[in-house]
Design a protein around this ligand. Structure first.
Ligand code: NAD
Ligand code: DAU
Length: 380
């Protein structure tokens, strides 16, 4: 079959990637979606069980740093769009092993860019109809100051932001024109990759787009990140390691809302632009942890709050960024995106998903998920 578009999504077996792959495969049956993923510890094909047999979906196990392999794949599949999510994504790991982050996030992105450049430049129509969309993080902007919470009037109303919890912990927000000031090896590597993407537009004319999103939460997140780790620990009554005093603020967005934004920006975003993605939803870690404890307790039929004593304050993360807060006005105003869920709904759905999918969690924590690929794809 001739597809209308042939799109590579990198990192499609990871947390955000699987939601983006699922959305595109289901919404666009006339697009071929090629999930290019190395299947590191963070990649799990079981995340995509429900769509793996769809005719417009193909999985390719490949390292984004394998320039020759990536270039050949682009040629073989006549790729005209790239949505690049593959990365090392966990700040704590970057503190222990910065080299892997530079290799994957910087060199891997460069390998994707250069392969796309060589392939697209070799075609008669060159850049026309092509798009290289790079998914990045708000952490590249550094950290914002922390003040007492204040009610804010965001420049627009969203279903998510009209909820009960609507506070800002400072008067400054991350806007697209802010200078990059990354602090961790993770965010330094992501910042560098963003610069390379823009350089490929400015130098060669490649049609690129960059987006910087806030913390995502939702189903299929690897349980080394705050929310799934804590849900699982509460279930098993294990200590909850809260870094420092739990005062740090993060701006949380439901992962499917991020995937919807990616779809919109891939199709309607302006070339060479940057868009920030976030739902004006700031929470102190300690407050979100209390909400998670209450929700898990209630859904498990325990007395709400009975697991509060699992909270254990531990040594702070080195260089721990104090506050992230995204201003997504540009995306809202120019492309009409808004988050669909209030945080209270999103967290309820998320906790319920992890409790209902204990087999998925056990598979990940036992390491069994890494054998899924061999079983599913042998002989293919
Ligand atoms: P994740 O760690 O859950 O998944 C990363 C995926 O990339 C995995 O499937 C992994 O196997 C794959 N991968 C890693 N190295 C690879 C390589 N060398 N070649 C091919 N595949 C490789 O990450 P995530 O949380 O889903 O984040 C996805 C992207 O979104 C990242 O670029 C991250 O910086 C960005 N982001 C994440 C968040 C968040 O809250 N999770 C927020 C904003 C931006
Ligand atoms: O802001 C976007 C970023 O959000 C993404 O770019 C990253 O890929 C993603 O991992 C996330 O980074 P954080 O470092 O904010 O997420 P994490 O879940 O690791 O931590 C959230 C907050 O909770 C942070 O302030 C550290 C704290 N924390 C985390 C863990 C894992 C704890 O207190 N204890 C923990 O055990």
């Amino acid at each position: 079959m001739n597809y209308k578009r042939n799109i590579i999504i990198t990192g499609g077996a990871g947390f955000i990637g699987n939601h983006v792959v699922r959305l595109f495969v289901n919404k666009y049956p006339d697009y071929k979606i090629i999930n290019l993923d190395k299947l590191t510890y963070a990649g799990n094909l079981a995340n995509l069980k429900d769509i793996e047999d769809k005719p417009n979906y193909k999985f390719v196990k490949m390292d984004i740093c394998d320039f020759e392999g990536v270039y050949k794949l682009m040629q073989d599949e006549h790729v005209d769009g790239i949505i690049h999510l593959a990365a090392e994504s966990h700040v704590d790991r970057s503190i222990k092993d910065p080299f892997t982050f530079a290799q994957t996030n910087v060199m891997g992105t460069l390998s994707m860019l250069q392969a796309a450049k060589l392939y697209w430049e070799s075609l008669p129509e060159k850049w026309e109809g092509k798009r290289f969309y790079h998914i990045s993080t708000d952490e590249v902007y550094g950290a914002l100051e922390l003040t007492d919470p204040q009610g804010i009037e965001p420049p627009f109303t969203t279903k998510a932001s009209s909820g009960k919890h609507h506070l800002a912990y400072g008067s400054k927000f991350f806007t697209e024109d802010l200078k990059y000031q990354p602090h961790s090896p993770y965010s330094a590597a992501k910042a560098s990759s963003d610069h390379f993407v823009r350089a490929f537009h400015d130098t060669y004319g490649m049609p690129t787009i960059v987006t910087n999103c806030s913390n995502n939460y939702g189903p299929y997140q690897f349980p080394e990140k705050l929310i799934p780790l804590f849900i699982n620990n509460i279930r098993h009554r294990k200590p909850l390691p809260v870094y420092g005093k739990g005062e740090n603020v993060r701006d949380w967005l439901y992962v499917e809302d991020h995937a919807r934004a990616i779809d919109l920006i891939f199709h309607k975003g302006k070339v060479a632009e940057t868009y920030n993605i976030g739902g004006f939803n700031e929470w102190k870690n300690i407050d979100i942890i209390k909400v998670v404890i209450n929700t898990v307790d209630r859904l498990l039929g325990r007395k709400e709050g009975e697991d509060m004593d699992l909270i254990t304050f531990v040594t702070d993360r080195a260089g721990h960024d104090m506050r992230y807060a995204i201003d997504s006005t540009k995306l809202q105003k120019e492309l009409g995106w808004e988050p669909s869920l209030q945080f209270e709904e999103g967290i309820e759905k998320t906790v319920k998903w992890y409790l209902d999918n204990q087999a998925w969690m056990d598979n990940v924590t036992s390491g069994d998920y890494q054998r899924y690929y061999e079983e599913m794809y042998k002989g293919r």
